[in-house]
Design a protein around this ligand. Structure first.
Ligand code: CP3
Length: 342
């Protein structure tokens, strides 16, 4: 069980910490040989549906890398699958939906989530994990826009053309869709915190595709509904997206305590836009493939800019690439800890 003084939670609250906490988005997964070994015997959703296997995969990076937080092993589409939406996880591709969301009739398929029954396996996994972990557990959900983009496109997309066409062409249906997805993510996050998650992250990975005007008008209210709907629980709320340079100011006002910054925005510029919150980031994941001296130098460039200011959580600007070397990740965690020890 993690205590409230854990460096990760102190940094989320912008309190001084004994060292800068580090964790990595997608730290559990295909970069770890022990994960690949399990995946040879189980499908992705077999892992998600088994509380014991979920706990095992969640613990793998904590044990191997020495990170300051665990993130529950799951996916942003888990709550959709839990309410009966037909979704398949294709390796190297991502979630693929049998019946994409196209008309008002599709709203009926998005019934309310009943976490105690629909997510019983996830709740059980969180319970197992909080007993076993000595670092905080981060629960997570997809933000309404990113979830809608998968549902509407039917899978991953490069341009989100159908999603934007629906958003601008049928604002009433779009609002109804985002509202249902916000309720789904909120219910899932509340259940994860109820079972013991010490913080949550709302992943809006693809929101950077939007014009800031459309973000403000058609997306931000739904994300704010999720984040503000967690306020009474008192756990730190992290809000993350990629290519969000122009959106960071608004994301900082949507109800989060911590905002993720990707490598396209220098960390201090990002922090200035985010406002009086904590920040998370922002090493370019591609740098992990460079020689160690380059990785260390680029990590130092971030740490030097931060210059000891409380409220920084070290992370990548997006997820760990599948071909990342776990030894480099472990070395990076150790490097950040040593460099920032007080
Ligand atoms: O961070 C962690 O360690 C927790 C696990 C986690 C997964 N997905 C496991 C996963 C988290 C937090 C997610 C969230 C998620 N899922 C996001 C937001 C984060 C981000 O990267 O932007 C998104 C966009 C998805 C949708 C999704 N699921 C994609 C794009 C993919 C990758 C497809 C691929 O194979 O490259 C997935 C599948 C997925 N989710 C895998 C893992 C470990 C790989 C599946 C496998 O083992 O075959």
């Amino acid at each position: 069980m993690a205590d409230a003084q854990a460096p990760f939670l102190r940094a989320c609250r912008r309190e001084a910490a004994p060292h800068t906490p580090v964790w990595f988005m997608r730290q559990a997964g295909r970069s770890l040989p022990e994960f690949r070994a399990l995946r040879e015997r189980h499908s992705f959703f077999d892992l998600v549906r088994s509380p014991e296997l979920t706990a095992e995969v969640t613990l793998q990076p904590v044990q191997r890398l020495g990170v300051d937080a665990a993130i529950l092993f799951s996916d942003i589409v888990t709550p959709l699958q839990a309410i009966g939406i037909d979704v398949e996880m294709r390796s190297g591709v991502g979630p693929v939906f049998a019946h994409p969301f196209r008309t008002a009739a599709d709203l009926d398929r998005l019934r309310p989530l009943e976490p105690d029954t629909d997510l019983a396996h996830v709740i059980e996994a969180v319970r197992i994990l909080v007993k076993e972990l000595d670092v905080p557990l981060i629960g997570f959900a997809g933000a309404p826009f990113t979830m809608a983009s998968y549902l509407v496109e039917g899978g991953p997309s490069r341009d989100w053309a159908r999603t934007k066409a629906l958003m601008l062409g049928d604002p009433e249906l779009w609002r109804a869709l985002l509202d249902r997805l916000a309720s789904l993510s909120l219910a899932s996050l509340r259940a994860q915190v109820g079972a013991g998650a010490a913080a949550v992250q709302l992943f809006d990975s693809w929101v950077g595709a939007l014009d800031p005007h459309h973000y403000a008008e058609s997306v931000m209210p739904a994300s704010a509904k999720v984040l503000r709907g967690l306020a009474d629980l008192g756990v730190p709320r992290i809000h993350f997206g990629v290519s969000t340079g122009e959106l960071l100011g608004m994301m900082g006002k949507a109800g989060a305590d911590v905002v993720g910054v990707d490598w396209r925005t220098p960390i201090l510029d990002g922090w200035a836009r985010v406002g009086p919150l904590a920040v998370q980031g922002n090493l370019d994941p591609a740098i992990l493939g460079a020689p160690w001296e380059v990785v260390a130098r680029e990590a130092d460039r971030i740490l030097d800019a931060i210059d000891g200011r409380p409220g920084h959580i070290f992370n990548l600007g997006h997820g760990v690439p599948a071909d990342a070397d776990p030894d480099v990740l472990a070395r990076l965690v150790d490097h950040v800890h040593r460099r920032t020890q007080t």
